[in-house]
Design a protein around this ligand. Structure first.
Ligand SMILES: *Cc1c(COP(=O)(O)O)cnc(C)c1O
Length: 423
């Protein structure tokens, strides 16, 4: 017999338990995660209990793989998804970097900063790790720092690769910490020119921007996440794609991970010897619930259309940007899923207060996680006039609470004029 759901206290055997966990519905209007579509949740709950080798679970994984190749715009055989979050895919992307490998990383915000840390952990030898276990500084990794709020340009990449001639280079496509788009074409061209293997963190751009990774052949590895462009929370799968160059390197040198081994992990997705095969080989106990919901998230993206979705993000971001600018804020980002901005001068220093107040009311916006203090409002899966109106209205209320003189009715009227310009 099970205890009542609201039971709190000691069980018959003396264990301390808590009432069932209730999590409220909030408006997830930050850099991520985005609001999960009801269809994705419905598929999760509707899936039957089936093991990781059951025919429909495996078929779902194969179909997800085929849909992922379209989402990425690639014919790379090693395209699948890693269990976990964006960092799980990125860890898989960096695992082929062995101790002593030379790497140049480009850092212009929180997330590329963490990518750089992970690369340094991987490229360190035992002495490097012992010297600074949590934050090793191997001489074979060069970190190129670009100020917060600026993009990594092709010139910056070209200059660094020409000087250091590394084996690998790593960059975030869209740096979510500051909302900046980095120069993917420039990165690819510099990698091609200097024969460098490029790794791209596309956590924030896949499923939002419309691009084909096969147009950037010097980028050998792409890693994304389940909760930004591909709206697949409950936590499921982080998309990844490797081209043959990096797979051949792994075949030659090996790779020190089981869980995040690019070739071994691919076997369960029915990829063997660089080809799609009929049968899955056990790698781990994939969840049928997770497969079903991820599959639905991919169907949603492709049904919407990559180009249409990218256009929708650009349109709604512009509406939100104009609205916050009309309230005196200064926008410094150029991503289309996120607006990053400074408060008007007289409210400088009160970013945290504003964000905390909003979050307490279920309006989940964010401040920046590293200096300087800025506000971030995202529109992941909020691509309707009503949703953008709601976000703008709630932010106007927050500004008024802070003491700003904002004419909310006028802000919303201007937004509506802009939104109705579309059709
Ligand atoms: C969100 C994000 C990550 C981390 O993704 P998780 O799903 O939190 O693991 C990494 N890189 C970038 C650019 C991101 O935006």
């Amino acid at each position: 017999m099970s205890a009542q759901p609201d039971f709190k206290g000691k069980t018959a055997e003396g264990y301390e338990i808590y009432p069932q966990l209730e999590i409220p519905e909030t408006l997830a209007a930050g850099p991520g995660p985005g609001n999960t579509d009801a269809r994705v949740l419905e598929r999760y709950a509707a899936a039957g209990c089936a093991d990781h080798m059951q025919a429909d679970v495996v078929r779902g994984m194969k179909e997800a793989k085929y849909m992922l190749r379209q989402a990425f715009g690639t014919s790379n055989a090693y395209t699948y998804a890693v269990c976990g979050t964006g960092w799980s895919a990125l860890d898989t992307a960096f695992t082929p970097i062995l101790p002593g490998d030379s790497v140049v990383t480009f850092v212009n915000g929180t997330f590329s900063g963490i990518d750089d840390l992970n690369v340094r952990l991987k490229a360190s030898n035992v002495e490097d790790l012992a010297a600074n276990p949590m934050d090793p500084k191997p001489v074979n990794v060069v970190t190129v720092n670009v100020p917060h709020g600026q993009s990594v340009t092709g010139d910056i990449v070209e200059a660094a690769l020409a000087e250091h001639k590394p084996m690998w280079a790593v960059m975030a496509h869209w740096e979510t910490g500051s909302g900046r788009i980095n120069d993917l074409q420039g990165f690819n061209d510099a990698c091609a020119k200097h024969d460098v293997m490029g790794i791209i963190d596309c956590v924030s751009s896949l499923g939002i921007a419309d691009f084909d990774i096969d147009d950037y052949p010097a980028v050998t590895t792409w890693a994304s996440c389940p909760q930004k462009g591909i709206l697949g929370l409950p936590l499921t799968y982080a998309p990844i794609s490797f081209n043959d160059k990096v797979i051949d390197l792994i075949k030659k040198r090996g790779c020190p991970s089981y869980e995040h081994h690019p070739i071994l992990d691919g076997k369960h997705w029915c990829i063997a010897d660089g080809e799609d095969v009929e049968t899955a080989a056990y790698h781990r106990t994939h969840s049928g619930y997770a497969v079903a919901s991820f599959h639905e998230a991919l169907r949603l993206l492709l049904q919407h259309g990559r180009a249409q979705k990218a256009a929708d993000y650009a349109f709604y971001e512009k509406g939100l940007r104009k609205a916050v600018e009309s309230m005196g804020c200064k926008v410094t980002s150029n991503m289309t899923s996120l607006v990053v901005f400074n408060l008007p001068d007289e409210f400088e220093g009160r970013e945290k207060e504003l964000v905390t107040g909003c979050r307490e009311q279920g309006f989940a916006i964010w401040n920046t996680l590293s200096e300087p203090a800025q506000i971030r409002i995202g529109i992941l899966n909020q691509l309707t006039d009503a949703a953008i109106g709601d976000i703008v209205g709630r932010f106007a209320d927050a500004m008024i609470r802070l003491g700003a003189e904002v004419d909310k009715a006028k802000v919303l009227e201007d937004l509506n004029t802009y939104l109705s310009s579309r059709s």
